[in-house]
Design a protein around this ligand. Structure first.
Ligand SMILES: [Zn+2]
Length: 422
């Protein structure tokens, strides 16, 4: 089903809710409810019959997908499930509905075999994850009673390496900035005025250059946070993260170690720069302004507000030494996910994964931002734990999205084990 949430008024969204509702009914679910998400697409919640003696486990996922891109580039129809060479192909098979199909199939089997579940299970599928979980905080607040649980577990995303079960106990937040530096009102001749006035392009470049040190680490006091976790990988595995067309300019340090730093620490990147005229024209003027955008992927333990205070203060100190005006605008702010730490659920998940896969799971932080992490922490004051069954070569968001059949089966075995013995 083409449940593309970036497309407005997509009729497939309502059809999908019906489809999931029917499937939930078959899986012995006691109650299914469509949950509104403010002005965004509604999601669906399924609950097993509540038993006061049992703890409640909420399983989170999303039923929306990214657009398939050019369907002609796919080796088969993106909206028809296909099996080839040990992989299931289709848009959403890895990110994320395919993973939840495995959850439901596991529950269906348990119901058929008459095996009782260890938990009251709630399954929440939202429909706006691909547009930044619009309306999710609205939903969490509005349906706080229905969504109440002892444990919040997400099943989404990928293993960090092939056949390496992975648990994410936290995720990065993001502070995204636009910085405008204003110089003289008119462009000035660099021969007559150079040296006499501040050049906004030079000062912006200096400012940006000072945000990180030679090793790429954030150099602004109070911004760099180092969380627990972070898993060193083999250099060759990290290289597999790049596509052949990327021609990446890889850092000179040990890549296996760098990826652990990336998962653990806040990182900073500059995204765009603009000043003066066109570089391919010869023009010797001092530009009137310079603009850049940059962002910080904030590690668990950071707070968007604190990070902003530190960055603002740093900018104020820097530009106060000049006579330039500047504006530093915080465009997007999302807190990182609270680290689950030694949470009981992390332990239970690790046990179940170990048993069903025979491999010791890795516990780390997601180096991207998944809004549900911080929103569950903020609204319910509860940790959120994520397990991903997609593979590094699953082509999420790209052409020929695929999921290894063995990963699908592993997800199913994991859910069975967690719900009956975890
Ligand atoms: Zn996605």
């Amino acid at each position: 089903m083409p449940t593309v949430s970036t497309q407005p008024q997509n009729p497939a969204m309502a059809e999908a809710l019906e489809w999931w509702r029917e499937l939930f009914d078959k899986a012995g679910v006691y109650q299914t409810k469509v949950l509104k998400a403010g002005d965004a697409y509604p999601g669906i919640l399924a609950m097993t019959k509540p038993d006061k003696k049992k703890k409640t486990l909420l399983v989170y996922g999303h039923l929306d997908v990214q657009p398939p891109g050019d369907s002609a580039e796919w080796s088969s129809d993106p909206y028809k499930l296909a099996l080839r060479g040990g992989y299931l192909f289709g848009r959403g098979i890895a990110d994320n509905k395919g993973q939840h199909l495995a959850v439901i199939l596991a529950m269906l089997d348990l119901v058929e075999q008459g095996k009782p579940l260890n938990y009251n299970v709630k399954i929440l599928l939202e429909a706006n994850e691909e547009t930044g979980s619009l309306g999710l905080d609205w939903m969490l607040k509005k349906y706080a009673r229905q969504l109440e649980a002892d444990f919040y577990v997400g099943i989404d995303g990928s293993m960090i390496a092939k056949d390496q079960p992975t648990i994410y106990q936290g995720c990065k937040g993001i502070n995204y900035y636009r910085l405008t530096v204003r110089g003289s009102k008119r462009e000035l001749h660099s021969g007559y005025y150079g040296m006499l006035v501040y050049n906004p392009a030079i000062q912006l470049a200096k400012f940006l250059g000072g945000l990180t040190d030679q090793d790429g680490l954030i150099a602004v006091p109070g911004v760099r946070v180092v969380a627990d976790g972070g898993f060193e990988r083999r250099e060759v595995e990290v290289r597999e993260m790049f596509g052949p067309e990327d021609e990446p300019r890889i850092r000179k340090e040990d890549l296996g170690k760098l990826i652990s730093t990336q998962e653990r620490e806040s990182t900073l990147d500059v995204h765009s720069l603009r000043s003066g005229g066109e570089p391919d024209q010869v023009k010797t003027a001092i530009p009137t302004q310079a603009v850049a955008s940059f962002s910080i992927r904030t590690a668990p333990g950071s707070e968007a507000k604190r990070v902003d205070e530190a960055i603002q203060q740093h900018a104020w100190r820097f530009f106060a030494k000049t006579s330039l005006e500047y504006e530093l605008e915080l465009v997007i702010a999302a807190d990182p996910g609270m680290a689950g730490g030694e949470s009981l659920m992390v332990e239970k998940i690790a046990n179940s994964l170990r048993v069903v896969s025979g491999v010791e799971p890795v516990i780390t932080n997601l180096s991207a931002t998944l809004p549900v992490f911080s929103q569950v922490a903020k609204v319910y004051h509860q940790p959120f734990v994520l397990v991903g069954f997609a593979a590094p070569d699953s082509n999420q968001h790209a052409v020929d999205e695929k999921l290894p059949v063995e990963n699908f089966l592993l997800a199913q075995r994991f859910v069975t084990r967690l719900l009956t013995q975890g």
